[in-house]
Design a protein around this ligand. Sequence first.
Ligand code: KIV
Length: 264
Amino acid sequence: MKHTIKTIFSMKLKKEKITALTAYDFLTAKFLDESGIDIILVGDSLSNVFQGNKTTLPVTLDEMIYHAKIVTSAVKNALVIVDMPFLSYQVSETDAIKNCGRIMKETNCYGVKLEGGIEIANIVKKLTSIGIPVMGHLGLTPQSINQFGDYSLRATEKNEAKKLLSDAKILETSNCFSIVLEKIPSQLAKKVTASVSIPTIGIGAGIHCDGQILVTHDILGMFEEFNLKFVRKYFDGAKVFKEVFSKYKDDVKKKKFPNEKESF
Ligand code: KIV
């Protein structure tokens, strides 16, 4: 099925879970699409995963555009959403329109994702009023990591939980088509999901969200340095990749590659 924001919205009504994963390159995007993943996010996590930065802050708008163009060229059915990088939408409404406009015009994606609640409500209203679909992102918002200081569970305090619920409702009335809920208690995610008509997509937010998103490299087990509680590793990527690379190295060193069949 070719997805639009309408088909994603209708999945919430039908109580059909929404699947989402990240991609930054052609082949991953193609495999995700061919596997029937509903939403492909060109996440600013590419700053960490692809560029090796410690946070999502350094990735630029031009770099997001470069990766997003590649991803959309591989995708036939999934809804491709692109993260707006840090400071590309917070400075002014004019900046936000110009930068989100560039993403839409230059990458062929379906919409953008912005982090924040009430603080970005006016920008979201403006963007959606001119035809740019917006996905919200609440809870652990990695672009504000320096404000928080760490990647711990969010909205555990009553006031923070109350603000998150209110932010979700504000994003809904500002016309967001869905909201990512990152690393918040499962019961709070359940309450938010029941309180808004738009789909919630959880990451570390429990089973009650309308859909789930994870970073593709995490489910492929590409990181040995950390084990995130909310990630399910479906593959031991780091181990398998290193085994393959050292087998190749040994074969070349021992003059076992190429053999007769692999030669002309
Ligand atoms: O950048 C990202 O990958 C995200 C997540 C929701 C996975 O924002």
